[in-house]
Design a protein around this ligand. Structure first.
Ligand code: GH3
Ligand code: MG
Length: 565
């Protein structure tokens, strides 16, 4: 589907090849800088190391090495933290840095051949590396987000540290606001949990909180936790800049919801734009503009190929040329609008055509907007990103389950079919896991349906945190979830799911003042042992049934000689 001019393609391929060739050298420099930093012992030599890592992150992104760039960013953040801290790093800091560098390097070695092969395609989002290094599913490189806790009584810490850990948050206790101030001054964001006890006894802290909050309104979230529900305590919390107020004992699920929304964990993926145009130079130019603005582009110079691209990679907006050989942009738009699946995808025309009647016709036949060339790059980017964003929002609500925000049944199944095709093409493993909450009827009967809903939300949230970004998670039915683990065989998947199962069984569920625990059972089946979607789901379902039969709270792997249906 790549129709970029041969010259540009060659240039891109040559650049990417050179990049891959130089990777070992980049890592050697990084390792050397780490050795030097450790020898030096102060935080003063860390900036050199950070710069090297930063360059690796940036160039990785340019050439489509998404995971390398993402994991590299985590390492960069960690270095930034050490630099900001200013103290000489501890020996274990260095060993953690060494581990992270080694893991990054491992990522490149695993991914190399596929990246070169995939360079044939213009869509950078398709340039993927091989198996994700996070084979333990817990994500050795997934940095925990830090939350500061001010609580000299120790009551909150004993409640939240372990529990928030299950949702990917690390709680760091502090005694005053100096760390928070430093972080905010350097442009970061912070989240604080504060015991209201201190508002009574520490006037300096109260005044400090409200001053910092006034100054960094949107960059600082403050959650107050209290044993008292009286009006005055709540008023003091509001005056000290509180965004939320929670009573002890804490309902962790609700607390996590609040933290999520304050921290806004959603790191938006780039918009994916399909450029339909037969002129390679212009394609290169517009693709370049959009990519510079952080978007990902695919190209179709042949209008006949647009349908297959739409089905395969679901772009979020089409930038449509008016005149192409074989089929005009207007005809293609009319054709796409007759497909139920593509009624909603935004189509923006971009053409030299200045005839108003022609422009009108393009809109009447299904175009959303008509932009004329030459166009101001900022305006183009604004129009494209605004429309892509709206489309993404609409799609989100159509494809997701409203309680958990996970993919709904239909979409999970669509993903499964698509990913199976991909796995079979690239001869990689794929595992499908089915999860079903244990004795869930009893949970509803004992604590009520609303509490049951909350438990399902907690489970969804835990899955989102514990699995990799590339894994696909959906709500299969009521209290049943389905997970597609890409590039993962059943043995690795069993390990991952067991870890998640154990974590979930330790999560405290809350119903008013009562606390309880819930477990789940899980059935696993893998490709290529099961070759198509229906065999795979049936096999996972059988394994799940066997997990239930054998006592629940367990993971069972399907092997056809062992489980008889
Ligand atoms: P098992 O361990 O065998 O899976 O037992 P179970 O009680 O979980 O299974 P069963 O199929 O008997 O009951 C499932 C329960 O899940 C009954 C249904 O009301 C409840 N459920 C399904 N969807 C939802 C939901 O969205 N919210 C709540 N609160 N409950 C739900
Ligand atoms: Mg159940």
């Amino acid at each position: 589907m790549d129709e970029l001019s041969g010259q540009l393609k060659e240039k891109l391929a040559a650049l990417a090849e050179e990049y891959i060739r130089m990777l070992p050298e980049r890592f050697r420099e990084i390792r050397d800088a780490l050795v030097m930093a450790e020898r030096d012992g102060s935080a003063g030599s860390l900036p050199t190391l950070r710069l090297l890592v930063h360059k690796l992150v940036g160039s990785g992104a340019t050439f489509g090495f998404k995971e390398l760039s993402r994991s590299g960013k985590v390492l960069e953040n960690r270095l930034e933290k050490l630099i900001e801290n200013g103290e000489p790093p501890e020996p274990e800091d260095y060993s953690r840095l060494r581990e992270a560098v080694a893991a990054l390097e491992g990522l490149c070695e695993e991914g190399e051949p596929e990246e070169l092969e995939e360079l044939e395609a213009p869509d950078f989002s398709e340039l993927r590396q091989g198996p994700d290094s996070k084979s333990n599913g817990g994500g050795s490189l997934s940095e925990k987000k830090i939350i500061h806790l001010v609580d000299r009584t120790g009551v909150i810490a004993s409640n939240v540290v372990e529990q928030l850990g299950y949702y990917g948050y690390e709680v760091e206790e502090i005694d005053d606001l100096s760390i928070v101030r430093r972080k905010l001054e350097s442009g970061g964001r912070r989240l604080l949990i504060v015991n209201t006890e201190h508002l009574l006894h520490d006037k300096e802290l109260s005044a400090g909180l409200s001053a910092v909050k006034r100054h960094y309104r949107n960059k600082l979230g403050i959650i107050f936790v209290s044993e008292h529900e009286d009006f005055m305590t709540r008023l003091q919390a509001v005056r000290a800049g509180g965004d939320a107020f929670f009573l002890l004992p804490l309902d962790i699920g609700r607390l996590v919801d609040k933290i999520d929304s304050l921290v806004s964990r959603v790191e938006a993926a780039p918009y994916h734009i399909l450029i339909v145009d037969d002129d390679p130079e212009q394609v290169a130019y517009y693709a370049f503009l959009l990519q510079q603005a952080g978007m990902v582009t695919s190209v179709a110079s042949d209008p006949m190929k647009v349908l297959s691209i739409l089905i395969e990679s679901k772009p979020e907006l089409i930038l449509m040329d008016m005149y192409m050989p074989g089929c005009s942009g207007i005809e293609l738009t009319a054709l796409l609008r007759q497909h139920e699946a593509f009624v909603g995808v935004p189509i923006v025309f971009l053409s030299f055509e200045s005839n108003k009647e022609k422009q009108m016709e393009a809109i009447c036949r299904g175009g959303d907007d008509f932009l004329t060339k030459p166009i101001n790059p900022d305006y183009l980017i604004q129009v494209v990103s605004t429309r892509a964003e709206r489309n993404r929002n609409i799609r989100y609500f159509m494809e997701r389950d409203s309680l958990t925000g996970l993919l709904n049944h239909t979409n999970l199944k669509e993903h499964l079919s698509r990913e199976l095709l991909r796995a079979s093409r690239s001869e990689t493993f794929l595992t499908f896991a089915m999860i079903d909450a244990d004795h869930f009827k009893r949970v509803n009967d004992t604590y009520g349906h609303l509490t049951g809903d909350r438990v399902l939300k907690n489970l969804a949230r835990l899955l989102l945190d514990r699995l990799r970004r590339t894994d696909i998670i959906g709500r299969y039915g009521g209290e049943e979830f389905g997970i597609i683990l890409l590039n993962t065989d059943v043995t690795a998947a069993e390990h991952i799911m067991n870890e998640i199962r154990e974590n979930f069984s330790r999560v405290i569920q809350q119903s008013e003042s009562k606390q309880f625990f819930v477990t789940f059972s899980c059935g696993i089946a893998g490709f290529p042992e099961c070759a198509d979607a229906s065999t795979l789901t049936l096999a996972a379902d059988k394994a799940l049934y066997s997990a239930k039969e054998n006592g629940r709270n367990r993971v069972v792997v399907y092997h056809h000689q062992e489980i008889k249906g």
